[in-house]
Design a protein around this ligand. Structure first.
Ligand code: FAD
Length: 467
């Protein structure tokens, strides 16, 4: 069963990058064909990433809050949970969103083809569908084929007790002892979920801190808290081998913090993601793909083939949904003949751990490495009425400003709900605000967002003492 379709703009992949690009191109009057291999739109983010993880993290938060308020006189007894119900609730959240996308596809008259696409030339792609093959010819194409979890070849990936993030999000069971390989954002978010649901957590991280890439002072409050909650956090340590064993997976370690080998009921490998560039026949389209699978693009998201664009995880780090959607809009606009280009000054990052950790702009490590003259203020949430009323005092808000001008260069927060605060800092940076602008902006009281203004006032000198 063969058919041929023509697209003015062909979009390969229906994740956040792809659906955003498809919708934008359609809104700009282009006739768009969107190819997605899975029945549900939304890609990794909506189906096995951002959204299901946040649904489960909310469950974890409710459990922890109830638990921790026992000391302040509020007691509901030990939480009991129905894992099947939690799982279906999580699934319903993703489904609501992907059904919404399906409606938008129809409304915008985007042609959706469900199947796996492979380029056959610089103007054609072949899609294997359930019923046969559809060939799509295109004037322009936007590659948004995303990424997949990195596998470590020596690990027994055929063993169902060895998980990647997708397996962990399935919430099939709560292992008694869970080892998380990789102390980055995804690993620690999953640790937060399984810890709340009763697993004994161990984390092993190659670098000398968790969430490498973020300034150490912002990570420390999280580290201190989970150090008490989790069984082990081994830094500067790597997994040397994993063997199948009848009682679990036997893991041996090497490195500075390496413990004796031990048996775990499940092991989650969260050591990063690989782009899907090598799986889409890019060479037949003439698109260059590097060793790892990344596709290089210019500021307009063009690949080396001028009428083919690429966006999202497949073009590089940071692998984040909000970067993919931003790039998706640019590619669609350029394809439609508008003048657009990537000119964002920063891409914020958030770890939805407890406490949350977030940062944007220049980190202090980068400022030091680049020899930039900066002023810094760190406002402790122990002086925030709102934080104390949440029963929490470990948070921090940090701002870095250019010494000469006071312009905001970077900011970061750690604390409950810190992730909600970073957008203000991003706006300040994008608008070229200085510490005075932020300090003179009236912030509602008592809110955690005040801490950003207080940190700015510490820089300008209008707050000197922390009452
Ligand atoms: P993807 O979402 O990977 O979408 C690519 C799509 O292309 C997929 O649907 C795939 O099926 C399809 N596809 C691939 N090849 C083909 C083909 N040949 N034919 C047809 N279809 C194809 N980011 C955040 O910003 N915030 C978060 O909180 C967050 N949490 C995360 C949690 C987890 C557990 C994980 C794994 C990731 C998380 N991310 C988060 C990252 C985020 O999911 C990705 O950055 C984002 O999904 C990338 O979007 P994309 O459009 O580039 O690719």
């Amino acid at each position: 069963n063969e058919s041929v379709v023509h697209a003015e703009v062909l979009v390969l992949g229906g994740g956040p990058g792809g659906y955003t690009a498809a919708f934008r191109a359609a809104d700009l009057g282009k006739q768009v064909v969107l190819i997605e291999r899975y029945p549900a739109l939304g890609g990794v983010c909506l189906n096995v990433g951002c959204i299901p993880s946040k649904a489960l993290l909310h469950v974890a938060q409710v459990i922890h809050e109830v638990d921790e308020f026992e000391q302040h006189g509020l007691s509901y007894g030990k939480p009991s949970f129905d894992i099947d119900k939690i799982r279906s609730w999580k699934e319903s959240v993703s489904k609501t969103l992907s059904d919404g996308l399906a409606r938008l596809v129809k409304q915008r008259k985007v042609t959706l083809i469900q199947g796996t696409g492979t380029f056959t030339s610089s103007h054609t792609i072949e899609v294997k569908t359930e019923t046969g093959v559809t060939t799509v010819s295109f004037d322009q194409a936007i590659i948004a084929a995303g990424s997949h979890p990195t596998k470590i070849p020596i690990f027994p990936h055929d063993d169902p007790r060895l998980w990647d993030s997708t397996d962990a999000l399935e919430l099939k069971e709560i292992p008694k002892k869970l080892l998380i390989v990789g102390g980055g954002i995804i690993g620690l978010e999953m640790a937060t979920v399984y810890h709340a649901l009763g697993s004994e957590i161990s984390v092993v991280e190659l670098m000398d801190q968790i969430i490498p890439g973020c300034d150490n002072d912002l990570v420390t409050p999280l580290y201190r808290r989970i150090k008490k909650q989790y069984q082990n956090i081994w830094l500067e340590t790597r997994v040397a081998a994993i063997e199948k064993h009848k009682d679990g997976l036997k893991v041996s370690f090497e490195g500075k913090g390496a413990p004796e080998s031990a048996i775990f009921d499940a092991v989650l490998v969260a050591v990063g993601r690989r782009p899907n560039g090598k799986k889409i026949g890019a060479d037949l389209a003439g698109v260059n793909v590097d060793e790892i699978g990344y596709i290089a693009v210019d500021k307009q998201q063009r690949t080396n083939v001028p009428h083919i664009f690429a966006i999202g995880d497949i073009v590089g780090n940071p692998m984040l949904a909000h970067k993919a959607t931003y790039e998706g809009k640019i590619a669609a606009e350029v394809a439609a003949g508008l003048k657009a280009g990537f000119d964002a000054l920063t891409i914020p990052a958030v770890a939805y751990t407890d406490p949350e950790v977030t940062w944007m702009g220049l980190t202090e490590n980068q400022a030091k490495q680049q020899g930039i003259d900066y002023d810094k203020a760190v406002f402790p949430w122990a002086a925030s009425g709102r934080s104390l009323s949440l029963g929490r005092k470990e948070g921090l808000t940090k701002i870095l400003c250019e010494k000469e001008t006071g312009r905001i260069l970077g900011a970061g927060m750690v604390g409950p709900n810190a992730g909600e605060l970073i957008a203000e800092a991003v706006l300040a940076l994008e608008m070229g605000a200085d510490a005075e602008d932020v300090g003179l902006t009236i912030h509602p009281h008592p809110m955690l967002s005040e801490t950003f203004a207080f940190a700015a006032e510490m820089i300008t000198g209008s707050i000197t003492d922390l009452y």
